[in-house]
Design a protein around this ligand. Sequence first.
Ligand code: SAM
Length: 157
Amino acid sequence: QTPALDVPYVPTPQPVVDKMLEMAKVGSSDVVYDLGCGDGRIVITAAKVHGARGVGVDLNPVRIQEAQANAKSAGVTDKVQLRVANIFETDVSPASVVTLYLLPTINRKLRPQLWRQLRVGTRVVSHAFDMGDEWPPERTEQVDHRTVYYWTIKEEH
Ligand code: SAM
């Protein structure tokens, strides 16, 4: 039985994954959380290409099985953790980078949790969807006709 998902599964194309990680300047000291990680491509790329640690969370166990198989093929099982969990019940406080490809409504619902839990300086990048008027992006970039949005967590959040 498939759990009730807030967002359907649509993978981010690899050039967009690369741009998200580049905008967030992901490096080997980072801990990258992908909320709704699908087949794990974002955290797997973060580990394989940038040497980061990654945590991928998805409510659908089928996605997590795929992600685990992909992490194994990529040789990054020591750097990547993949969990079946609801993003709204996940403690994201260990993240130094958060990546998202959700929906406008879900981004807005997530924003208070990000502001509450994330440390100042944590980078947040989102494929395709912004955070509404309450949290304008600091930067946006285009790749493959897609927009990537970039924010950092500030003291006043
Ligand atoms: N992040 C991946 C990427 O960019 O390739 C996948 C993005 S896909 C649009 C969204 C994912 O979120 C799906 O795999 C879906 O199963 C998952 N999802 C939807 N609602 C969720 C929730 N409440 N908690 C955790 N995962 C969820």
